[in-house]
Write a protein that binds this ligand. Structure first.
Ligand code: PGA
Ligand code: ZN
Length: 426
């Protein structure tokens, strides 16, 4: 039984306040969980509660969300069993808004996640096994940020992420090793070329490159320097994050780094061209978050050859995902717990996506804490792929290292998720 719930304002990897919840069981054992925060957020995400008091943390304080947990939420949950669906339903009902803005999605997710940990503790299981609920588990294939642009790197490049996807590795640890080799080689190349090796928000490099092709050529060079062949052992993913350079007034996409303005079809053509020159097998948010018809056109054009992921498009929201499935707007969904605010709703999105033949990529946010539950979620829901940012910075490594431990604990049973059809085109 839940005996107590309280919360704390802590800091995330950008030094901004976030929420940690602590749940104490009637036997005295306690668990904690903290929540991340995005920068390139989608308009349709659940709303995190910020104090708006400009005298603290530039208005980003989370004392209101903390007070909601200490007060209303604790009062509603104390005495209940830590059963996920019941607790999540109670949280939604108590909040009463469609976007979880009253209590705050940050307060709600912290409690939902603490409930998952408490339930696993009561069951005497690791979190991943508890989340799997008897279903088969897999280790996720990592999709790792090497070069950053967009809102995470001072808009150095318009596209937000240039990622490396290991294709040939047969275990999670081998996949991670491959990516780390490419990351290290990239740093060496940048240093040799007199370019900055400073890190962007997610730990990726944010060098002053002239354009997107230069970033892709840098990846090609780094992969070869690591002794690998682009398109063989590794392929690339892009997170275009197009919402964030879309001009709603003109319905066009402004590529500042290339001093060009494109319409949706031209942007799709541009991506197609880049994919002809480099082994790009995955593309996220290639179009703006509400440009549904253009998404369907792009997916019809490119979806047979690559993974087309909706992040800002779907915001881990079941209704938006269902529309995307019906209209074939994409063939994959990015899964971020804090976009929707509860574990059970997150699990429902993964289940629906898989049933429709969509691939799923469980994802961290650009602002993260040292909480490692994302790793358990990716394994327990057999998410297939995981996107955590780069392979530096402890808020990222908490997740990778947790996956290494889970892989060890699974022993003979550890299986890397199979390579989906959409990633095979390289
Ligand atoms: P965000 O970025 O956490 O800043 O939204 C991650 C992403 O766009 O995938
Ligand atoms: Zn994204």
């Amino acid at each position: 039984t839940i005996a107590a719930l309280d919360a704390l304002e802590i800091l995330d990897s950008r030094g901004r306040p976030t929420v940690e919840a602590r749940l104490t069981l009637s036997d005295g054992r306690a668990v904690s969980a903290s929540v991340p925060s995005g920068a390139s957020t989608g308009r349709h995400e659940a709303v995190e509660r910020r104090d708006g008091d400009l005298s603290r943390y530039r208005g980003r304080g989370t004392r209101g969300a903390v007070a909601a947990i200490d007060g209303e939420i604790a009062a509603a949950l104390i005495g209940r069993e830590p059963r996920q669906r019941e607790v999540d339903a109670a949280l939604r009902a108590l909040d009463g808004t469609p976007d979880k803005s009253r209590l705050g999605a940050n307060a709600i997710l912290a409690v939902s996640l603490a409930t998952a940990r408490a339930a696993a503790l009561v069951a005497g299981e690791p979190l991943w096994r508890h989340l799997a609920a008897g279903a088969e588990v897999t280790l996720p294939r990592p999709m790792v940020n090497i070069v950053s642009g967009g809102l995470h790197a001072g808009r150095q490049l318009d596209f937000q992420d240039f990622l490396v996807i290991p294709l040939a590795a047969s275990s999670f640890s081998a996949a991670l090793e491959t990516v780390v080799a490419v990351h290290a080689a990239t740093g060496e190349l940048l240093a040799e070329r007199g370019l900055s090796t400073l890190k962007a928000d997610e730990g990726g490099y944010g060098p002053a490159l002239p354009d997107h092709r230069a970033a892709l050529r840098l990846l090609d060079d780094a992969v070869r320097r690591a002794g690998l062949e682009p398109g063989e052992q590794v392929a690339y993913g892009l997170d275009v994050a197009a919402t964030h350079f879309f001009d709603a007034a003109t319905g066009s996409y402004r590529l500042a780094s290339e001093q060009r303005t494109l319409d949706a079809a031209e942007l799709a053509g541009y991506v197609e061209q880049l994919a002809a020159e480099h082994p790009i097998v995955s593309i996220e948010d290639p179009l703006a978050e509400d440009d549904w018809p253009a998404w369907a056109e792009l997916t019809a054009r490119l979806g047979g050859r690559m993974q087309v992921i909706g992040d800002d498009l779907f915001t881990t929201d079941l209704q938006r995902l269902e529309r995307g499935i019906a209209e074939r707007s994409a063939n994959a969904v990015l899964v971020k717990m804090n976009q929707i605010g509860t574990i059970s709703e997150t699990a429902d999105v993964v289940a629906h996506a898989k049933a429709a033949g969509f691939t799923t990529v469980v994802s961290a946010r650009s602002g993260e804490t040292e909480d490692d539950a994302l790793a358990d979620l990716a394994v327990g829901l057999a998410g297939g792929q995981i996107k955590v940012g780069s392979v530096t910075q402890s808020e990222r490594l908490a997740k990778y290292n947790r996956l290494l431990r889970i892989e060890r604990d699974l022993g003979e049973q550890a299986r890397l998720a199979p390579l989906p059809e959409t990633l095979r085109s390289a």
